[in-house]
Each structure stands twice: as C-alpha cells, then as structure tokens.
Write a protein that binds this ligand. Structure first.
Ligand SMILES: [Zn+2]
Length: 426
C-alpha cells in the first residue's frame, strides 16, 4: 500500500459517535457503571475518532489479534489493546449482559453509552508479555494490565454530549475533525507531529526544527499527552503552556506551529506505543511523526532506537516517520549540536533529564543553550498558578488539581454510579 492516503484517517473514515444532550431521555432506566479517568479518556477518544477505526472497546478476537500480530481482525494496524475492564460482581449487581445498553458514568454524570457485544476474560500475564515483551510487574504498562478487573466488556461507544475541557487545556483541545479543518484552513498539507510529555528544552526545540526541515513540512503539531501522572512528572499545564510560548515568542513562526492536547494514559510500550502515537496523529491529520531516542519507553526494556526499527516492518501505516538522533549541547561546537553531525561526543552535555530539572528546581539560571529563560519563566508561573508552588507533580497536585476532562453536571441526579437518575432535566 502506498502512503499517498496519509491525510485519510486510519481505516479511511473518521469515527464520530457523539449524541447531543437531548439524547438523555433514551438513557432512562439503563444499568450504570462508573468509570475511572483512563476509561473516560478512552471513551472520548473513541467517540471523536482519535482512535479511528475503533468504534468501541475491543472484543476478545481483536484483543488476541492486536496482542499477537499488532493488527485488528479487520487487518488494520493497531498495537495496543483498548479494553474496558469491569468486575464480574459489578456486572452481576447491575444485571448487565450481552445485548444490553449500559450507561457509563464519570465523576457522577453520564458520559457515554455502551452496547454490550461481548463479556470475556483474558490471561493478563500473557497479554502483558505480548504487548510489552515483559511480564515484569515493575513496568508501568504491565502493572496497568495486571490490575485490570476480572472481566472485559466489549462494544460500541456513544458519547452523551460534549465533554468539558477545563482551562488552560480548553484553548488547546481540538477534536480530530476540528483540528483537520483548522490545519486545512492554514493550508498545511505536510504536518509533522511531535509527541510530548515534557516542558521543551533546547533539545526538543531543535528536534522539532530538524524534523520540520527534514519532512519539508508546512507545520509542526505539538500533541501533548495529558493523562495519568506520577509524582515528579511535569504538571500538564506547564507542558502545554511552555510549548505554546515557543510560538508566541517567535521561536517558531506563528503560521508553522500549533499545540494541542491528547487525553491518553501512557502505557510506556516503547515501539508499540510509537506506532500507536503515529496512528492517533494520522487521525489528527498529520502526514509525518517524529521519533527520537527511547520513544515512549521506560527503564531499559526496549532498545534505544527500537521505535525507529519497528516502522520498517509496517509499510502500510499511512503516516511517515521522521527518525531523529539526539540533540545535545556541545561546548566545542559552541551550541546545540546533532548526534549525527557533532564529532565531540566525549564532551557533549546531555540536555535531557537531570540538568534541566535542576535548572527548573531553582538552583542555576539556564544557559540559553539548555533551556530558554522565557520557557523557565512560563514554567515558574505555571508552578504558582496550577502546581501549588511546584512545576512537578506533587501529592497535593494529584489530589486537588482540576482534571483536564470533566462532564457537564446538572441534568443528572444519580449519585455514585447508582442507576437511579432523572433524565428529565436535560
Ligand atoms: Zn561538537
């Protein structure tokens, strides 16, 4: 298959399964299941087509096929199982069976309906081994898999009304349809995606600039992953606002750079997650995706450039990868230098990790070759405004921050996932 279809969504058509709030009358009397943040994110992603061609949570045949072959039973590439886990006891309590329509609630309000096509179990250790190439419980993706409840519920999802995206993420939130329209409006035909969970230091900035030139792109789309956090991560607000400021301050021309938000709880599946990132950005309208060192990896489970190698095996992905080596600061070259060019690897100063964190934590002011002073100012402002004084996730941030995604309340009087509610207020 050629890559000429790279502007088409994965599978050919953008999935859109969102009903207006007036649909509420139709949910009266449905059994209700309360879902956690990860599942709420995935419902939104399915319903707006971020996960095209998925129309719902996967059944056993797709899960087995994806785990074993990285393809759906339809033949389309898909690397990571997207599943809804529910305890059997909960299904029994709610009287849920195959053929039923179930109401999924989030934070006490209706989020989506699910048409139950199958209820099944899976060998979680085997599933983890297949997807992550390890069953080591220290791997966060394996941990997530092993923690699944004892049943998977498969079926199509319909979102009930538009979700609420809270500030400052609302400025960056675009559905695939909206983003595709916006990119087309700007005349972007070649769009290179940058996946991030980081405040951009000089290495990231040059990674984007290098990929922009290599792809001969019309623009760079920064796609910031907003999702589950652990202590010590950058707070989400600092990530999106620091990237946006690179454009606002002209380090990228205003017409070649956009920042957007993706609700996704990282699996750290290394090369498989790289493929997943590529597919989601293809659905956003990107033609290219940049991949640097150790993309979406964790620990040393995957090779340094495993994410580069996997694309050789997937000619029908429909989005091109831009594979880049590392950018570092080289005192001999006198600036930010590229691994593939600079001949002084012995004296390089790694831009990643500890150095940047120590700068942000407040000791030294940054040299412009490491972290821009303007970026540092944005990060410090975000710490005050959103991080309870810290640019890094703290226990308090996890407890008290406003989630990026909530659901419009007011027309639903049910509480705590109970199935008694009054839909008449819609
Ligand atoms: Zn050098």
């Amino acid at each position: 298959m050629s890559v000429d279809n790279s502007l088409s969504p994965h599978g050919g058509a953008l999935v859109e399964q969102v009903q207006p709030l007036s649909y509420a009358g139709a949910i009266a009397g449905l059994p209700a299941i309360a879902v956690r943040e990860q599942i709420a994110h995935e419902c939104v992603n399915i319903a707006y087509g971020f996960f095209s061609p998925l129309t719902g949570f996967m059944g056993s045949a797709d899960v087995a096929s994806v785990a074993a072959t990285m393809r759906l039973t339809s033949g389309y590439i898909w690397p990571i199982p997207i599943v809804l886990d529910v305890a059997e006891a909960e299904l029994r309590r709610q009287g849920v069976g195959v053929g039923d329509t179930v109401l999924l609630t989030y934070l006490g309000s209706p989020l989506a309906t699910l048409d139950v096509a199958e209820i099944f179990t899976a060998d979680l250790t085997r599933l983890a081994q297949q997807v992550y190439t390890t069953a080591d419980a220290a791997h966060p993706g394996v941990q997530r898999t092993l923690a699944y409840a004892d049943r998977f519920v498969a079926g199509d999802i319909t979102l009930l009304g538009e979700p609420v995206i809270n500030p400052p993420f609302d400025r960056f939130w675009r559905t695939p349809r909206q983003l595709r329209d916006e990119l087309a409006g700007m005349g972007w035909q070649r769009v290179v995606a940058h996946q991030t969970r980081n405040v951009p230091h000089s290495g990231h900035e040059y990674l984007m600039k290098g990929a922009f030139m290599e792809a001969q792109a019309d623009g760079v789309l920064v796609s910031a992953v907003i999702g589950e956090k652990k202590e010590g991560d950058y707070i989400d607000e600092a990530i999106v606002l620091a990237h946006e400021h690179l454009r606002a301050r002209g380090f990228f021309r205003a017409d070649i750079h956009r920042t957007t938000a993706l609700l996704w709880d990282m699996r750290y599946a290394g090369p498989r997650e790289a493929v997943f990132h590529a597919l989601v950005r293809k659905n956003l309208g990107c033609t290219h995706h940049m991949f640097g060192r150790d993309h979406a990896g964790v620990g040393d489970y995957y090779g340094r450039y495993a994410a580069h190698e996997i694309f050789d095996t997937l000619p029908d992905l429909g989005i091109r990868s831009v594979l880049t080596l590392e950018w570092w600061y080289c005192p001999t070259c006198g600036g930010v230098a590229y691994e593939g060019i600079c001949g002084h690897p012995d004296t390089k100063q790694d831009l990643a990790g500890r150095l940047i964190r120590s700068i942000i934590s407040g000791g030294t002011e940054p040299a412009p070759q490491t972290l821009r002073a303007e970026t540092l100012a944005v990060v410090r402002q975000c710490a005050e405004e959103y991080g309870f004084g810290s640019p890094f996730v703290t226990e308090r941030y996890l407890r008290e921050r406003t989630p990026a995604l909530t659901v419009a309340p007011g027309w639903f009087s049910g509480a705590g996932g109970q199935s008694s509610y009054d839909a008449s207020g819609a």
